[in-house]
Design a protein around this ligand. Sequence first.
Ligand code: AMP
Length: 213
Amino acid sequence: MRMVLLGAPGSGKGTQADLLKDKYRCAHISTGDIFRRNLSEKTELGVKAGEFMNRGELVPDELVIGMVKDRLREPDASAGFLMDGFPRTIPQAEAFGAMLDELKTPLDAVVLLDIDEEILVKRLTNRRTCRACGKIWNLLSIKAENKTVCPECAGELYQRDDDAEAVIRNRLKVYHDQTSPLVSWYAKIGKLYTIEASSSPDETMAKIQAALG
Ligand code: AMP
């Protein structure tokens, strides 16, 4: 399976990629995760990307495109991939198309996770990530009294710097201005599946699987 997950910040791309990668046995490629890893390791790429990420802006296309090109050449991606957070601009989509042509691996599907904006803001302000296992949680759905640790592995839960409300509003604006044009771009080539994504992760995954057949 070679799939792009498209959708605004907080629409559930990372959560769905995590669920779907086991089903389709393919690589989960999250450009945001790669940048965050580089940022925490203070690599040159991470330091450059961090300036943009902290403001809720997009990292320049040339940095992202080079990074994805390298990632797609890693062995696990040859079995297929779920792209989470890439492409995010028309130039990225063009470069991605050229990479896939070169690798002779056409895209199977682009899944748009469609969701109301106020639900997104609520989700993002309550989003926490486990420092140990990387799993994404929503504070409102954690039943345990202690909401500072991961319910699965007891690792520390942290809030991403760019999930502060002012940064979230900017990320949503950036999505509308720069990423949403990709919806009609992919609709035109007949690969777009639009999925209503306000329900639970399992229900949304079931809808995606039903749509893809
Ligand atoms: P995400 O985890 O996908 O929400 O990404 C977090 C941040 O990383 C974004 O707000 C951008 O600053 C940066 N980023 C991730 N993917 C891309 C991309 N494809 N193009 C540009 N910037 C990106």
